[in-house]
Design a protein around this ligand. Structure first.
Ligand SMILES: Cc1cc2nc3c(=O)[nH]c(=O)nc-3n(C[C@H](O)[C@H](O)[C@H](O)COP(=O)(O)O)c2cc1C
Length: 157
């Protein structure tokens, strides 16, 4: 059976959702079984069974996660579940004109999941909206090589 991958989307104006839809196809072509879940209704229980997750999040405010991701992020901070059976990747969207807070929405998720014991596969992708490249194109290229790694979580003894 194909390895499932849950793509969790934090977005304000839809770019991260478009990225997730294109990346879903890339991961399918690589032999995985991806599924998109918007962060709006998510809470810490999405990680209850462990598995492979891809965080796709933009950045707002002062380097904050988007509005639709805030309750999810707070629930993880509050409940602090043990995520040692979680493997994840990060696609962080931002704009370099925001300098110090560039892509910090996605990168905040990276720090938190790491703190909670999850294993990150590969380096986070950071996409700059003012670079002249399309986030979905850059993300699909990144996802194709991300998918070539060993993504399955370690099985508990
Ligand atoms: C009001 C506003 C605030 C933003 N703040 C940041 C920021 O602090 N850091 C950053 O890297 N990008 C920031 N961005 C850029 C967005 O994260 C970027 O355009 C992203 O691609 C939007 O994705 P989305 O459509 O999925 O929300 C901001 C954009 C807007 C409109």
């Amino acid at each position: 059976m194909s390895q499932p991958i849950t793509i969790l989307v934090g977005t304000m104006t839809g770019t991260a959702e478009l990225v997730a839809q294109e990346v879903e196809q890339t991961l399918q072509a690589a032999g995985y079984a991806p599924r998109i879940e918007m962060m709006d209704a998510a809470d810490a229980s999405v990680f209850a069974d462990g598995g492979v997750f891809l965080i796709v999040s933009s950045t707002y405010g002062n380097g904050d996660v988007p509005d639709n991701a805030q309750a999810f992020f707070s629930s993880l901070q509050g409940e602090r579940p043990d995520l040692s059976n979680v493997v994840y990747g990060v696609i962080a969207l931002g704009d370099i004109t925001y300098k110090a807070t560039f892509c910090q929405g996605g990168l905040q998720f990276d720090r938190l999941l790491n703190e909670l014991g999850a294993r990150r596969a590969g380096e986070p992708l950071t996409h700059d909206a003012s670079s002249g490249t399309l986030a979905e194109d850059v993300a699909c290229e990144w996802a194709a090589s991300w998918a070539e790694q060993e993504l399955a979580p370690a099985v508990a003894a």
